[in-house]
Design a protein. Structure first.
Length: 476
């Protein structure tokens, strides 16, 4: 047995409101971008902001509407998390449950009561809540009235949300994430930030302006948080995974560095507090002029995050050669096929050492504690007649990744606060909208079309993860 993890290490699991709660029309909740993204062939055009869909229709199936019904089963589900020994549970608040339209002056008490109950349930078991303020969701009303994050008005609405939740939970929640995978805005602008494009506009300019507004909102959240409770710890959240060069040719290495910077860009602002020079030069070259309000630069500088959280599923591979790069595939982050790696059924390449590389890269760059808030294997599970799944493939994936993170901590001295694996209970997949792609330790009986009893059954990985947590990562 090798050394485990520091005392107080936050082991647990992660979910997001729109992928697990359901109850979309309950408790006065308003509609959000994530509720109008259908399952099926229209999903991608809508997520990309290329196909406008701001209402629900009869022709499509919208996976978030019932999801796994956590809105009604949270007690049973959190009890299962406690049984596994969770020290921490990462979940997100549905913005439109708290502000159904987004621009009201007073919050929706019924929505808040649901989160009171979820948080109290965690605390009952000694589970530390880690709250994502928004995990991809924007109230539809704000998309219709101001165009979502393309407008500066969003900062004000987001601040309102922050005041409410920070005050309400100031003695109950310590760890907060401002925006889930903030860099997804560049890849899936509607899903990540509620952006729908107009004919003929400069899409990149729109995205960077929206990014500026989110970065300002994130800094304001940090500022407000510290006013309300100086003990709060605020994190940024990046969809991470380092990019390798396809060959040792310096131009490939350069290209891979450029690809990594596309992601670092957000964290450079949130953690170092200013726009990096490479980004300013890129804006100049592309003729992008960000609209900034007086005081923005100072605000960003003075309100940087306390820790860097990230998701890691895979590394990426890129080439400077357009012909080779044309073979890039993958539904969110394109990558070339790495001949040294196996891949999941969805083509996500499995690279545990890549996690250690990514952790070292982030820690070297920012010198702040890291928190892995998503990691896991999306796989097809085949339950037996009792609903039991022998998911050794998932255990293997997680074991290897936990080993790599252990090396980063024990061998490289990276500071790591915790590990919350993704989709600790099966939930709706963000990219595919399917139930078929599962991550959980707990099987949920529900299929892609929304049929099933919603019954929960522990998978083999449940007891394995319980042992990992129980030995603080010593026994893998
Ligand atoms: C991240 C998101 C999650 C999540 C996960 C797995 O990008 O933050 O919401 O779902 O990826 O992705 P998928 O569900 O597409 O397999």
């Amino acid at each position: 047995m090798t050394k485990g993890f520091p005392e107080g290490f936050l082991w647990g699991g992660a979910t997001a409101a729109n992928q697990c709660e359901g109850g979309v029309f309950e408790g006065n909740r308003g509609l959000a971008n994530v509720d109008v993204i259908p399952h099926g062939e229209d999903r991608f055009p809508v997520m990309l902001g290329k196909m406008k869909m701001l209402e629900c229709d009869q022709e499509h199936y919208y996976p978030s509407h019932e999801a796994i019904d956590f809105y009604h089963t949270y007690k049973e589900d959190i009890a299962l998390f406690a049984d596994m020994g969770f020290k921490c549970y990462r979940f997100s608040l549905a913005w439109s449950r708290i502000f159904p339209k987004g621009d009201e002056l007073e919050p929706n008490e019924e929505g808040l009561k649901f989160y009171d109950a979820v948080i109290d349930e965690c605390l009952k078991y000694g589970i530390e809540p880690l709250v994502t303020i928004t995990h991809f969701d924007v109230p539809i009303h704000l998309i219709k009235t101001v165009g979502s994050w393309r407008s500066r008005k969003m900062v004000e609405y987001y601040e309102r949300l922050c005041y409410v939740i920070f005050n309400r939970y100031k003695n109950k929640v310590k760890y907060w994430l401002t925006f889930n995978e903030i860099n997804i805005l560049m890849h899936l602008p509607f899903m990540g930030a509620g952006i729908v494009f107009e004919e003929g506009e400069n899409q990149e300019a729109v995205k960077f302006q929206a990014a500026h507004h989110e970065l300002v909102a994130s800094a304001r959240a940090t500022q407000i948080a510290k006013e309300i409770n100086p003990e709060f710890k605020i994190g940024c959240m990046l969809a991470a995974g380092n990019t390798y060069p396809n060959t040792p040719a310096p131009r490939d290495v350069w290209r891979s560095m450029e690809k990594d910077r596309e992601n670092y860009f957000f964290i450079d602002v949130q953690s170092r507090g200013e726009y990096p020079n490479y980004a300013k030069k890129e804006f100049e070259r592309k003729g992008i002029k960000l609209e900034m309000a007086p005081g923005d630069e100072e605000l960003l500088k003075n309100n940087t995050v306390d820790f860097i959280s990230f998701s890691y599923y895979s590394s990426r591979l890129t080439s400077a050669d357009p012909e080779i790069n044309a073979q890039t595939s993958g539904n969110v982050f394109g990558t070339l096929k790495n001949p040294y790696l196996d891949a999941s059924e969805w083509g996500w390449q499995i690279d545990p050492l890549g996690l250690r590389i990514t952790m070292n890269a982030l820690y070297d760059r920012y010198q702040k504690p890291l928190f892995i808030v998503e990691n896991g294997l999306g796989a097809v599970d085949n339950p037996d007649e009792n609903g039991y799944v022998e998911d050794d493939y998932r255990i293997d994936y997680l074991r290897e990744h936990i080993k790599a993170m252990k090396d980063a901590v024990n061998e490289d001295g990276v500071e790591l606060m915790g590990y919350t694996s993704w989709g600790c209970i099966d939930l709706v997949s963000a990219s595919t909208g399917e139930m078929k792609k599962r991550y959980g330790y707990i099987y949920v009986d529900k299929d892609n079309e929304g049929n099933g009893t919603l019954k929960r059954t522990k998978k083999k990985s449940f007891n394995w993860y319980k042992k990992v947590i129980g030995t603080n990562g010593e026994d893998l």
